[in-house]
Structures are given as C-alpha cells and as structure tokens.
Write a protein that binds this ligand. Structure first.
Ligand code: ZN
Length: 291
C-alpha cells in the first residue's frame, strides 16, 4: 500500500494511492462505515494494526467521488508528527570515507525534532547566516509496532513502511561542538515523502538504489546495500536503549556524494532544488529559498 497525506481545508488528510486515484480515507470511512484511521496522526498512532481496516476500505470504496487526482493535491509531510526522529550518522562505507571519519563500530545515533518536518515540494527557507547547508538522501523507516529489546531477526516485522528523506544539515553548526544537534535541527531540515510505502511492498530494504540530484545533476547514486548497519540492526540497537513506537521514524544514513566530501564545496543556496529518490518510493523534491 502506498500512503500519502495532503492539505485540505479540514487539515492534513490521509490518502491511499490506487490505480483509480488517491482514496480520501476519511471520506471513504464515513461512506462505508468501515473503521479506519481518521487522520494521518491517527494512522501513525495505530501503526501496522490499522492496515487491515485500510485494506477493507480499499476493497469496499467503489464510489469514484471518493478518489482524487494526485496531481491536484498539495502534499503534506508523509509522516506529519513523528513521535521520535532518530538518525544514523556515517552509515555508508563510502560516505564515512568522504567525511574523513573512520567507519563506526557501533551505530552513531542522533536526533532531529518535529520542527524539521517538511512536505514534498515545500520550500526550505535558508537564513543568511546558514552558509554551509548540505543535502543527504536517505531511506526513511517508519515504525509500525512497539518494540523494546527486539532481535535483529524480528526487527523488520515492526516496520510499518519506508519513505524518502532528505536529512538537510548545516555543517558549521554540526561541527561547532561535540554534538551534531545544532546542524541537524534547523526548521524544515527533514523533508520526507511523498509516500510511505508499506513494508510488504519493500522486499529487501538492503537492496534499494538511492539517488539524489542537485538542480538536475546526479550527486548521489548508491544502494542501501552499502549501509554499515542494516535497518534491522539499527532498530535492534536502538530498541536496547529506548522503546520504539508506531509513528517513530528513523533516517538511516546517507551515501557518498554530499557537498561536505567535495573540493571545492559549493553549499546549498536559495534557488537550489534537491531531489531524493530511493527505489520504489517516488521522488522527494524541495527547493531552498531565502528566509
Ligand atoms: Zn543523515
């Protein structure tokens, strides 16, 4: 199942992408009487437990009036209000090398906050004193179940789905102290979407091409097979520290090709557009603008 969110006069709504168009979940639930999440927040609070209801809704929703043209919609963030946002640093072999850092022996976890969430096609305002802004194409993981101390073998069973993410970063702020937090938590520095593709449609998260384009020029081109710690290993590792819950998201690291690894470094500036495409997850485009 391919889910999205979109803007409406009644707030951000949940949609399912089908061959007939985007099903308006709230309207279809009202029309059919099938119990389904009323909103994106409701969905990601329930996680994978909501999927059977959504499948029943798709089978029952016959009225063409319940479907919208995707091209008419203004996307919302694929996950509008994550409970937690975990990120993995230096998780691709070649990216660790280009960053001049040793490949880590344990996952390097850091966090972002909900102020960083942005929608596909949403402008990213850059303040004039943010002079070293960089992109990071990433595979985003959306949790669908509550887990604590989960094994690597069972970890992927707790995944709801996957989405594109751009872990935008301000490198001077990131390196200013021992903590990366400042450089990772600027407003709208985590666009995600346009879709969350459910885990049953992603056969192997460690075999997906991952690409990124700056103003149409291919800058990142790798495969999630190059990850140092697999998605399952990251989930298992994090769950030894904290309870992971439905609606938590994990940005699983970026491959090589970021500006940080270039010489000379020409940082992102207003007018630049970056597109992230992880195989099968659609394209996530965002333009930088002057704040
Ligand atoms: Zn990152």
């Amino acid at each position: 199942m391919k889910l999205l969110t979109y803007q409406s006069s009644k707030g951000i709504r949940l949609g399912v992408v089908t061959a007939r168009g985007v099903l308006d979940v709230a309207a279809a639930a009202a029309a059919t009487g099938i119990d389904c999440p009323a909103s994106p927040d409701d969905l990601y609070a329930q996680g994978s437990a909501a999927l059977p209801g959504l499948a029943a809704l798709l089978a029952a929703a016959d009225d063409p009036a319940l479907y919208r043209e995707e091209s008419d919609l203004t996307y919302g963030p694929a996950v509008p209000n994550p409970g937690k946002i975990l990120c993995v640093g230096l998780n691709y072999q070649k990216h660790a090398a280009e960053s001049g850092m040793a490949a880590p022996e344990e996952p390097v976890l850091f966090s972002k906050f909900n102020n960083t969430i942005a929608a596909p096609n949403e402008d990213i305002p850059l303040q004039a004193d943010w002079e070293t802004v960089d992109y990071e194409s990433e595979l985003g993981v959306v949790m669908g179940a509550t887990v604590r101390n989960v094994s690597v073998e069972d970890a992927l069973d707790a995944v709801f789905g996957y989405c594109n993410m751009n872990d935008l970063s301000e490198r001077d702020f990131q390196m200013r102290s021992g903590q990366w937090l400042l450089g990772k938590t600027l407003d709208k520095f985590l666009p995600l979407g346009p879709y969350v593709v459910t885990a049953d449609e992603v056969p192997d998260p460690q075999n997906m091409s991952i690409k990124g384009w700056l103003n149409g020029e291919l800058r990142q081109s790798s495969n999630t097979a190059d990850m140092i710690f697999s998605v399952a290993e990251v989930i298992a590792y994090a769950s030894r520290i904290m309870t992971l819950e439905p609606g938590d998201v994990i940005s699983s690291g970026t491959p090589e090709g970021v500006i940080l690894g270039m010489d000379p470094r020409v940082w992102l500036k207003p007018g630049d557009e970056y597109i992230v495409e992880v195989e099968g997850l659609g394209k996530l485009a965002n333009r930088m603008v002057k704040a």
